[in-house]
Design a protein around this ligand. Structure first.
Ligand code: MSP
Length: 677
C-alpha cells in the first residue's frame, strides 16, 4: 500500500437485484479491515461502499416484484446499509447511484468524454447479455453469452460509442509502467492478454429501456450502466458538483489507493474504468485488487443458484467477529474459498474460543486472583530463556503481520499471529503458574509475576494486531487489560514492553461464546427459515394489482394443462402408477429470454438435477422459487421449448378461466426425491 498520509478504499457497489449475502459481506469486511488498520497506522482514511441501482436487470426485477424500480432499489439498498450498520462496518460514505450527486457526476463525466472527442454517435446491431449488461461478440440471435452462458438478446439501436479502441496502447503502457495497478499477478496477465487481443469501441448508451441516467441533451438515451456505476468512485467524493466546497474530498482522497473487487468484474475495472479516466483526463486509481469467490456447496454463492448464506444467521449465533475472522482467516485472499457451517464452527472453536479466548481468560483471571487484578512487575532476576523467547516471537510476529497484511495475505498474517497465541498458551501450560502460586516464597512470587506479565504483554500485542479484523472482541479484551479505548491505539509504535505496570484490570469475563453441534443445527435451521420467509416476503411485496397485470398465464408447466378428467374417463391404479410424481427442490430459476411466460428451472430430485421449462413466469418471480419444494412429473418424455429441453413438468392447480398456476406443495416438510402415490 502506498505510504502517503491519506488512504481511499472502495468496495464494488452492489446490485440491488439481490439481497445481501455473505459473498457481499466478504468484500466489505476485507475493505473494512484494511480501512481500520490504515486508520490505526495513522492514515487519513476514506472508505466508500454503496449500491448500484440502474439498468435493465433491476428494472425487470422490480417489475417481477410488482413495484417501481426506485421503490425496489430503496428497499434492497436499505437492506445492504442496515446489514453493514448492524455489523458496525466503518464505512465513511454509502453512495447510491440514484442519488442526485451521482446522477449529476455521471452526466458531467459523459459530457467531459464527449467534449474531449472520445464519445461519438453510431449505430449498433448485435447481441446483448442483460445479465452481464454487456454487448457480446456472438452473431446468432439468442446465442449463449460467452461470459455467463445465458441466452443473449438481439438489439439494434443508435448508440453513443466510447473510443475504447484508441485506448489500447495507453492501457498497455499503463500496465507495464505500473505493475501493481492490477493485483494479483494472474489477473494482471489476463487483462493484458485481453487488451492485446484488440479493443473495439464500446457502446455507452441504451435506448431500449429507461431505468438509467439520461444522456445530457439526448434524453432518449440512458447511459451505459457500467459507465454509470464505475463513476461512483469519484461522484461520491464530489466530482461533478458545481460547488467547489463539495469537491474538497475529491482533491483530498482521489486517486483511490485500492479498488477492491471480485474477480468477475476485473475487465470493467481494469480496462473500461482506466480508459474512461484517461480519456477524461482524470488521474487513475493506484491499484485494483481482485479477490476470489466464496463458494457454497462447491459453486459461487449467488442468487440465481440459490446457494446463498445470509450474514444475519451467523451474526445472530456467533456474532460479527466470528464471521469476520472466518472470512479473513479461512479464505486465502485472491483464491476461491468454501464456506460451510462446520468449518465456521471449527475455526471459531479452535482459534477464537480455545485460542485467543483461552489465553485471555486464563491470563487475566490469574492476574485477578494472584495479584489483585494489577499487572505484576516482571523482575529481571526471575526471567529465563522461555520468557525471552516469547518476547522475541512477539517482535517477529509484529513485523511479519504487517508485511503479510500489506501484501493482502490476510490469512497468513492471522496464521502468524495465532502462532504467537499457541506459543503463549503452551508457555502457560508448561510453566503451570497455578502450581507456582501455591508456593509462598519470594522467588516463586517473582517467577509467577514474570510469567503472567509475559502472557499479558503477548495478549496485548495480539489484541492490538488483530483489532482491525475482530474489532468488537479485541476492544473488550483491551478494556479487560485495563488499557481503555483501543481506538486510540497507534499501531505504528506497537512493540514489546509497553504494557504499563500496575495497571488495574477491568472486569474479566469470557469474550467468545461456546459453540457446538447444536450451533450448526441452529444456523442451518435459521437459514431454512430465512429462505422460507424471504419467499413469503417477496410474494407479499407483489401487489394484487401487479399480479393481475402479469396474470393471464399459460399452461402451468411445460406441458399443456391436463383437462380435468371426465368421470367416464377413469383410469386404473396401474395407470396412475405409471405416472411418476416426485418431490423436487428448485435450485435455479430464471426467465427464458424472449419468452415472457416461461421460466427455466433446475430442480434437484435427490439423485439428479433436471432442467424444466415451465409456463409460470407471469405468476412467479424466479427468485421466490429458489429453495421451494415442488411436485414434478418425473417420467414425462422430454420436449423442447424455445430451444431448451424440458425434462419433466411441474404440477400446479390451474385457476380461473385464465388458468393462473398455483404450484402444488406440502404443509409438512418432505424429503427431496420422495414419490407421490
Ligand atoms: N454492481 C456491480 C459492481 C459495480 S462496481 C462499480 C456488481 N455488483 S454485484 O452485486 O454483483 O456485486 C459484485 C461483488 O460482490 C463482487 O465483485 C464481489 O466483490 C462481491 N461478491 C458477490 N458474490 C460473491 C461471492 N460469492 N464471493 C465473493 N464475492 C462476492 O457486480
Amino acid at each position: 500500500m502506498d505510504n502517503s498520509s491519506k488512504f481511499y478504499i472502495t468496495t464494488p457497489i452492489y446490485y440491488v437485484n439481490a439481497r445481501p449475502h455473505i459473498g457481499h459481506t466478504y468484500t466489505t469486511v476485507v475493505c473494512d479491515t484494511v480501512a481500520r488498520r490504515q486508520r490505526m497506522m495513522g492514515f487519513d482514511t476514506w472508505f466508500l461502499t454503496g449500491t448500484d441501482e440502474h439498468g435493465q436487470k433491476i428494472e425487470r426485477s422490480a417489475t417481477a416484484a410488482g413495484c417501481s424500480p426506485k421503490e425496489f432499489a430503496d428497499r434492497v439498498s436499505a437492506e445492504f446499509r442496515q446489514l453493514w450498520d448492524r455489523m458496525k462496518l466503518s464505512y465513511d460514505d454509502f453512495i447510491r447511484t440514484t442519488e442526485p450527486r451521482h446522477v449529476r457526476g455521471v452526466q458531467q463525466l459523459f459530457t467531459q468524454l464527449k467534449e474531449r472527442g472520445y464519445i461519438y454517435k453510431g449505430s449498433y446491431s448485435g447481441q446483448y447479455c442483460v445479465f452481464d449488461e454487456l454487448y457480446v461478440d456472438v452473431s446468432e440471435p439468442g446465442a449463449a453469452c460467452p461470459e455467463c452462458g445465458r441466452p443473449t438478446e438481439t438489439v439494434k439501436e443508435e448508440n453513443y460509442f466510447f473510443k475504447l479502441s484508441a485506448m489500447e496502447e495507453p492501457l498497455l503502457k499503463l500496465y507495464s509502467e505500473k505493475p501493481n495497478f492490477i493485483r494479483p499477478e494472474a489477473r494482471r496477465n489476463e487483462v493484458i492478454a485481453f487488451v492485446r487481443s484488440g479493443l473495439r469501441d464500446l457502446s455507452v448508451s441504451r435506448t431500449t429501456f429507461t431505468w438509467g441516467i439520461p444522456v445530457p441533451e439526448d434524453e432518449q438515451h440512458v447511459i451505459y450502466v457500467w459507465l454509470d456505476a464505475l463513476a461512483n468512485y469519484i461522484t461520491a467524493l464530489g466530482y461533478g458538483s458545481g460547488n467547489p466546497k463539495d469537491q474538497v474530498k475529491l482533491a483530498r482522497y482521489w486517486p483511490a489507493d485500492v479498488h477492491m473487487i471480485g474477480k468477475e468484474i476485473v475487465r470493467f475495472h481494469c480496462v473500461y474504468w482506466p480508459a474512461f479516466l484517461l480519456a477524461a483526463g482524470i488521474p487513475l486509481p493506484k491499484s485494483i485488487v481482485a479477490h476470489g469467490w466464496l463458494l457454497f456447496e462447491e459453486s459461487k454463492m449467488s442468487k440465481s443458484r440459490g446457494n446463498i448464506v445470509r450474514s444475519e444467521t451467523i451474526l445472530d449465533t456467533l456474532g460479527a467477529d466470528t464471521l469476520r475472522y472466518f472470512l479473513m482467516r479461512e479464505i486465502v485472499f485472491g483464491n476461491d474459498g468454501s464456506f460451510s457451517f462446520d468449518a465456521l464452527v471449527q475455526r471459531f472453536n479452535a482459534d477464537l474460543a480455545n485460542g485467543l479466548g483461552n489465553l485471555s481468560s486464563r491470563t487475566l483471571s490469574m492476574i485477578t486472583r494472584y495479584f489483585e487484578g494489577e499487572i505484576p512487575y516482571p523482575s529481571a532476576g526471575a526471567r529465563d530463556g522461555s520468557d525471552e523467547a516469547i518476547a522475541e516471537l512477539a517482535g517477529k510476529t509484529i513485523s511479519e503481520f504487517h508485511a503479510q497484511f500489506e501484501q493482502f495475505q490476510f490469512s497468513r498474517a492471522l496464521e502468524t499471529t495465532w502462532g504467537l497465541v499457541a506459543a503463549v498458551n503452551k508457555y502457560i501450560v508448561e510453566h503451570e503458574p497455578w502450581a507456582i502460586a501455591e508456593k509462598d516464597d519470594q522467588d516463586s512470587r517473582a517467577r509467577l509475576a514474570t510469567i503472567l506479565h509475559t502472557s499479558a504483554e503477548a495478549l496485548r500485542i495480539v489484541t492490538a494486531l488483530v483489532h482491525p479484523v475482530i474489532p468488537e472482541s479485541t476492544a473488550r479484551i483491551w478494556e479487560q487489560l485495563g488499557l481503555g479505548d483501543i481506538r486510540k491505539l497507534d499501531l505504528r509504535n506497537l512493540a514489546w514492553g509497553q504494557l504499563p505496570l500496575h495497571t488495574k484490570l477491568g472486569k474479566v469475563e469470557a469474550v467468545f461464546p461456546r459453540a457446538d453441534k447444536s450451533t450448526i443445527e441452529r444456523m442451518q435451521q435459521m437459514e431454512q427459515e430465512r429462505v422460507a420467509q424471504g419467499t413469503a416476503a417477496v410474494a407479499a411485496e407483489t401487489t394484487p394489482e401487479a399480479r393481475a397485470e402479469v396474470a393471464p398465464p399459460p399452461a402451468p408447466a411445460a406441458e399443456p394443462p391436463a383437462a380435468s378428467a371426465p368421470s367416464s374417463n377413469t383410469i386404473t391404479i396401474d395407470d396412475f402408477a405409471r405416472v411418476e410424481l416426485r418431490v423436487a427442490q428448485v435450485k435455479v430459476a430464471e426467465k427464458v429470454k424472449g419468452a415472457d411466460k416461461l421460466l427455466r428451472l433446475e430442480v434437484d430430485l435427490g439423485n439428479e438435477t433436471r432442467q424444466i421449462v415451465a409456463g409460470i413466469a407471469k405468476a412467479y418471480a424466479p427468485e421466490i422459487l429458489i429453495g421451494r419444494k415442488v411436485v414434478i412429473v418425473a417420467n414425462l418424455a422430454p420436449r423442447k421449448l424455445r430451444g431448451l429441453e424440458s425434462q419433466g413438468m411441474i404440477v400446479a392447480a390451474s385457476l380461473g378461466e385464465e388458468g393462473v398456476p398455483v404450484l402444488a406443495g406440502f404443509l409438512e416438510d418432505v424429503p427431496v426425491g420422495a414419490r407421490l402415490k
